[in-house]
Structures are given as C-alpha cells and as structure tokens.
Design a protein around this ligand. Structure first.
Ligand SMILES: [Zn+2]
Length: 128
C-alpha cells in the first residue's frame, strides 16, 4: 500500500481523492504550508471549503500540526515533537526543527507547559 493510503488508514480515515492529494502535497513539501499554498495547488480540483475541512480533519487526527506565526499559521506533517520552527528571512519558508530543546531555567513559581522556539535566519537553500 502506498505511504499516503497507509497513513490515512492508520488514522482511521476513509481514503478520498481530496485527502490523498492534500496528504501527497504535505509529503512532497520541503517547508510548512499555508492554507493559501494548498488552495493555490488544489483549487482547480476542489473548492476551498473541502480543502479546509481536509486540513481540519488532518489536524484532528494528528497527521499534521499547526505552527502559529506572526501573520497567520502554517501546517506541516506531524513528526516527533516539532516544537521549534525556523523562518528564513530571504525566502520566507518556514521549516519544523526536530532538534530537542534543552530545558530553560524558569524563575521560581513558573511552571512550563509547552516550550515553543521560533528561530529567524537563513535557510540552507538561501545561504548557498
Ligand atoms: Zn530561504
């Protein structure tokens, strides 16, 4: 079975053409995608509501995860604990970073729940 089909089945999702194509796009993507990216790529085949519902469904079952950024949100495939993201100042691409974060000492009385790190710089494509 293809990766796409088995990923959908693993999460208990019925395999539909929209789900397959949205997931294929995520698997091919080298950086986090915006809803507009998905719309641009798939709007000739599916309406925006269908694309949006597919995105929500993937979020719900944990196939993808959301990254909150300054001017909106991006989505990427969920991997082991991506809680840092890197924004490239040159091309604007956002990538999930899987490097584990060292613990940050907090002032007394503060209890950590989630630790999200946002890094800004130059990606490998732009630093060549
Ligand atoms: Zn770049």
């Amino acid at each position: 079975m293809s990766t796409v089909n088995s990923l959908l089945k693993e999460r208990g999702l019925r395999i539909t053409p929209t789900r397959k194509q949205v997931l294929e796009y995520f698997l091919e993507a080298t950086c986090a995608l915006s809803f507009q990216d998905l719309e641009r790529k798939l709007s000739d085949k599916y309406d925006r509501v269908t694309i949006y519902r597919t995105l929500l469904c993937f979020l719900e079952v944990g196939i993808i995860q959301r990254i909150a950024i300054e001017n909106g949100q991006r989505f990427l495939l969920r991997k082991n604990n991506i809680n840092s993201h890197f924004t490239c100042e040159q091309c604007g691409n956002i990538s999930g970073i899987e490097t584990p974060l060292p613990p940050l000492p907090l002032p007394q009385g503060f209890v950590e729940n989630t630790f999200i790190l946002s890094i800004i710089g130059t990606c490998p494509n732009c630093s060549e």
